[in-house]
Design a binder for this molecule. Sequence first.
Ligand code: PMP
Length: 456
Amino acid sequence: MMTDQEKTIQDLDAKHHLHPFMPHPDIARKGARVITRAEGCYIYDDSGHKILDAMAGLWTTQIGTGREEMVQTAAEAMRQLSYYNTFFYTTHPNVARLAEKIAEKTPGDISKIHFASSGSEAVDTAYKLVKYYWNLKGQPQRKQFIARENAYHGSTAVAASLCGLSGMHEKYDLPIDGIHHVGPAPHYYNNGGEMTEDAFRDHCVQAIEDKILEIGPDNVAAFIGEPIQGAGGLIIPPEGYWTKVEALCRKYGILLWCDEVITGWGRTGKWFGSEYYGVTPDIITMAKGLTSGYQPLSAVALGGDIAETISQEEGEMVHGFTYSGHPVATAVGLKNIEIMEREGLIDTPDQDEKISYFSEQLSLLNDHPLVGETRTLGLLGAIELVKDKTTRARYSDEENVGFICREHCFDSGLVMRSVGNTMILCPPLVITTEQIDELIAKAREALDKTYSQVSG
Ligand code: PMP
């Protein structure tokens, strides 16, 4: 039962709050779930319902929530220097140290870091810096960007344009010019058909090369891709895909931009997804796990010639935000990385063991009549819901099976996200093996309930 005070929160919310990515009349009718507290891998709602957050918030809370050490760090940073900017020939210790730390942790020769607050801002920034770079290089015709179907890169106008999801475009007269989406996405289960996985990989890479040739290689500025596509359906590309994509970029002199807003900071088991796949991007965009969500902070990290060229330019960069390198956010970022190092949450035998356990346990759900495939990489997982396991036939959009499953998960005390017919998992890096057991048990319970609802 809701208390009066809690009802008021729902009412206020319905009356005045425009939610991201939500149909407003429906949320007003149902009333938003009021989340009041979070600790470790759990969130709590207003009736004290404890829910295992197997989505790490929004792919964000690597070290778990509510850690006192982070609270202390933020409070101390706020006491010391609650705000100053980094514009007028000024800097501060936290921003300089965090820039160094990011350069240390990123693959290849990444050496220059620019900060923003959200992933979308980082993406918009990188897009501008790519244009700036090619102008400086005397190749102003190189202004075309290649992105992929099912890509998610954010919600600001440029980032949304880079998304390969038509829903991101239709209502907003997007995409802007100069952005090309290439398909199929490297999603073997959905798009592989009768091809072998290797043949499918080569087909996807060939489609990118065909697009480069169609645009004209000298006109292409950059290729942007998430090492594992997240919000577009947790798409783990076939083995060897990224090496081949990198080779294409090098062949045609195109910048390789990895959007690691999800795959950065330990998601794949390595510090960065590009490191996992053995590629060295020219540009990495990152956010989320950089602070585990304790503060909003994102970054664009540059390596190679783009780093050199932009940092050597005598003129002003003419770009930046009030909160670029915010002193509290950067302090929190530094502490977050320190904790991940100290607790061995990334690239350690213990964490690798946990990742294997997660993968083994999730694969046990393959015996469920509703499950067509499970797949994992690092602490990212997906469950494909199907009507028919052998033909891979899907439920229709109207049947809403993913949404139904998500609601059953919530009721069973588990957050799993649905993207169409795909259920997605992205637990905090600190999840324990016991909590993985709990996750799997609750997921099975939700799958059972969903199955009896949709197959009845
Ligand atoms: N890029 C990727 C790969 C993302 O997954 C996201 C967010 N999920 C973004 C960019 C945008 O980040 P934000 O929501 O912080 O703007």
